[in-house]
Design a protein around this ligand. Structure first.
Ligand SMILES: Nc1nc2c(c(=O)[nH]1)N[C@H]1C(S)=C(S)[C@@H](COP(=O)(O)O)O[C@H]1N2
Ligand SMILES: [Mo]
Length: 213
């Protein structure tokens, strides 16, 4: 008798665990929107208001700093690199998020393999042609969703969204991705970027609402 109750109790316990497990994973996927963010269907423009020349012919991307093989890529050389597409969510620190952005361009890892950063390189400093800059630890740039994008949802980037190329680092607040990117410099020591010197968090993790330093 007590054995039957024990077995029944264990069974109920197992079912409860199973249900709780399902609930937990449903909650995790529902937690796609980081705390404090509001979902938008639109695509607001957030920048310094400077519109640099967006024409691909005028564009170069300098890969420099602590690397074995520094180089300056022009549009043709960049376009000849392996191209990838990746879908990710976009979280702006001013509290709007946009789901399912389909970015096309060159994976950061492709650029990394080309320039061969030296062992002492641990940070990356990105610059934009509008005078913008931002800094990210190298290891955060090596995620498989980080890219230098030239395309958004299958179309070339528009001028206001960073043409001809912008950096996308989906797991960090979007200010860590430089629009109009023209330089990627590998550094041994961290160097704060435009917003990082103006009180934004250096680490910029949307999931811990790591907005301001
Ligand atoms: N060059 C450059 N890149 C930039 C910015 C900028 O002002 N200049 N603003 C950043 C911020 S704060 C955000 S939220 C995103 C906005 O990208 P969007 O204008 O395409 O929405 O770009 C980031 N990259
Ligand atoms: Mo932002």
């Amino acid at each position: 008798m007590s054995k039957e109750r024990y077995i029944a109790a264990k069974q109920r316990w197992a079912e409860k665990q199973k249900a709780a497990g399902v609930r937990a994973s449903e909650e995790r996927s529902a937690q796609r929107l980081p705390p404090g963010q509001t979902l938008t269907e639109g695509f607001p423009v957030l920048d310094l208001g400077v519109r640099p020349d967006a024409s691909p012919r005028a564009w170069t991307l300098a890969l420099s700093g602590l690397v074995e093989a520094p180089e300056v890529l022009d549009w043709a050389a960049f376009g000849a690199l392996p191209q990838v597409e990746d879908v990710s969510d976009f979280h702006c620190v001013t509290t709007w998020s946009r789901y399912d952005c389909r970015w096309g361009g060159v994976a950061f890892t492709t650029l990394y393999e080309r320039v061969k950063p030296k062992p002492e390189a641990r940070f990356v400093y990105f610059t934009g042609a509008d005078g913008y800059s931002t800094n990210v630890p190298l290891e955060r740039c090596l995620d498989d969703d980080v890219l230098v994008a030239t395309h958004f949802n299958g179309l070339p980037l528009t001028a206001e969204h960073g043409a001809p190329a912008r950096v996308i680092i989906p797991k960090l607040y979007a200010w860590k991705g430089a629009k109009f990117v023209n330089g990627i410099e590998f550094l041994a020591h961290d160097r704060l970027g435009f917003w990082e010197v103006r009180g934004y968090s250096n680490t910029a993790d949307p999931w811990t609402e790591d907005r301001y330093a």
